[in-house]
Write a protein that binds this ligand. Structure first.
Ligand SMILES: Cc1cc2nc3c(=O)[nH]c(=O)nc-3n(C[C@H](O)[C@H](O)[C@H](O)COP(=O)(O)OP(=O)(O)OC[C@H]3O[C@@H](n4cnc5c(N)ncnc54)[C@H](O)[C@@H]3O)c2cc1C
Length: 471
């Protein structure tokens, strides 16, 4: 055992340089747990390669030693996908050093980034080129393009631009046998057989390591409008969504739902944040962008809101008068997850449903959960325009967090059974990781699971890539 470890260590040192092979417990500790401190695992080393060739050499060394590999980006994932298994003895490969923007091609409207580039760095590189990369989420300062693709990240602009899958034209991947597939094509049309990149996008590191990607860019938004509206209930929010789509067309880029209790919790944890429309049951944050300078988008948004206020759909609304005000409104939405973390342990559900059935789902889930977990607190928010809710549950006042968390399986069963009954998904944008493995088997058909296992066995027959995740 010691010899195998020593041989592997020597190969890893040779591949990336000994300073980039971490083994001291204090050095590797941050890589062995997730940002919420929910998952903890073990690994014999953390390796930090600096380029694709080094990743390939590390993978070959691990494959020959039959050692598991856990790819890790910014470690902001929600499902424990980047955390090694407890008792694991594998190697974490951190892509953090591979953070170069390799190329920007304004005429082709593409950008090629290495996997470890943070999402913010990619957005900034696009902006510097006079263009726009629309993927946006609250963890964008820390999460990486490799992680975004591997989780098929969604975020706040899916309504207009799609999720990571739709924003990717090409990828470079190190396969489980150490070969490199250079699929870095910047083509919007390419019907030459299977679209292999789609296998790796959303695979959560179970089929290979994404080392770089060609991403789609868009015209830069030159005019922006942001509004915050108060509503009595979720059907009103859906009515407003329809009205905004009609009034703004594809200038509507974001439509976020926030429940009153979610807002109150966030303001309790972050009292400096504004409280633009106190005392309502539900809120929506509406974002509209136009690439044309001097576009009347703000006036159009305001007019559409006024029309909806007249019909009674909207109870009250504010339109940001400056970039600073818009950022403050977004901060209310983007700090909910962190406020929940500070508030204490909670049971999270990242679900999607046809928008039309969301009100019925919410009514049914609320009744069933209150019966099973009396006093449970609902922290409901999400990307309503995409049918994606973060349907989170916090402990009843006075209940010890541990006691509440013991009820996670019961809560999951209620929520996920209802989601399945209404034709929804138990993971809209966060993935499966360790958290939802058993749920995946429960809710996907046997045929679908069989196809997934067939693909996994074909690409990673020794099952070394991200063991214990997804399947
Ligand atoms: C405050 C907050 C808000 C968030 N909001 C959103 C949101 O709105 N929408 C959303 O979709 N997500 C959201 N997330 C979740 C998270 O940010 C995304 O899942 C993100 O895409 C993960 O990127 P990462 O670099 O941190 O990946 P990690 O957490 O490091 O890894 C995630 C998974 O991808 C794999 N992986 C990472 N890099 C690679 C690679 N190069 N090759 C192969 N596999 C790899 C890992 O093994 C793991 O399975 C949020 C997280 C936080 C903390």
């Amino acid at each position: 055992m010691t010899d195998i470890r020593a041989t592997l260590r020597a190969r890893l040192d040779a591949a990336v340089g000994s300073t980039q092979v971490l083994t001291a417990p204090a050095d590797i500790a941050p890589y062995l747990t997730d940002w919420r401190g929910r998952y903890h695992g073990n690994a014999q080393a953390v390796v930090r390669p600096g380029n694709t060739g080094e990743v390939a050499e590390v993978v070959r060394a691990c494959a020959e030693a039959r050692v598991g590999i856990v790819p890790q980006g910014g470690n902001t994932g929600q499902c424990g996908g980047a955390t090694p298994e407890p008792g694991g003895d594998g190697v974490v490969i951190s892509l953090a050093r591979m953070n170069r923007i390799r190329a920007v091609d304004p005429d082709n409207a593409t950008l090629t980034a290495e996997a470890g580039a943070t999402l913010v760095a990619v957005q900034e590189a696009a902006t510097d080129a006079g263009l726009h990369f629309p993927l946006s989420l609250a963890a964008e300062g820390s999460c990486t393009i490799g992680g975004n693709l591997s989780t098929n990240a969604g975020g706040t602009a899916v309504l207009r631009f799609g999720n990571a899958r739709e924003l990717t034209l090409g990828i470079e991947v190190v396969l489980p046998d150490g070969r490199v597939w250079d699929g870095l094509r910047g083509l919007r049309k390419d019907n030459t057989g299977y679209d292999l990149k789609q296998l790796f996008i959303g695979a959560e590191g179970t089929l290979g390591i994404v080392t770089a990607a060609v991403l789609k860019l868009f015209p830069a938004p030159r005019t922006r409008a942001t509004a915050f509206a108060a509503l009595a209930d979720v059907p009103a929010a859906i009515a407003l969504l329809h009205a905004m789509k009609q009034a703004l067309g594809d200038r509507l880029t974001g439509f976020e739902l926030i429940s009153g209790p979610s807002l109150a919790l966030t303001r309790r944890q972050f009292p400096a944040l504004p409280d633009p429309l106190p005392g309502h049951a539900w809120y929506t944050l509406v974002q509209a962008d136009d690439s044309a300078a001097g576009s009347p988008v703000a006036a159009d948004l305001e007019q559409a809101l006024a029309a909806e206020a007249e019909t009674g759909t909207v109870q009250d609304a504010v339109v940001a008068q400056s970039g600073e005000q818009a950022r403050a409104l977004w901060a209310l939405r983007e700090n909910i997850a962190e406020a929940q973390r500070l508030d204490g342990p909670n049971i999270k559900h990242d679900i999607s449903l046809p928008v039309s059935v969301i009100p019925r789902f919410l009514d049914e889930a609320r009744a069933a959960l209150l019966a099973a977990l009396p006093g449970v607190r609902f922290v409901t928010f999400g990307h309503l325009g995409d049918g994606n809710l973060h349907y989170n549950l916090a402990a009843p006042a006075g209940t010890a967090p541990e006691t509440f968390l013991e009820r996670t399986p019961a809560a999951n069963r209620i929520v996920h059974d209802l989601v399945a009954a209404h034709g929804g998904s138990i993971s809209a944008e966060h993935g499966i990781g360790q958290q939802k493995r058993a749920e995946l088997v429960r809710y996907k058909s046997a045929v679908e699971i069989d196809l997934m296992r067939t693909i996994k066995a074909a690409l990673d027959p020794a099952a070394l890539f991200n063991p214990g995740k997804v399947l």
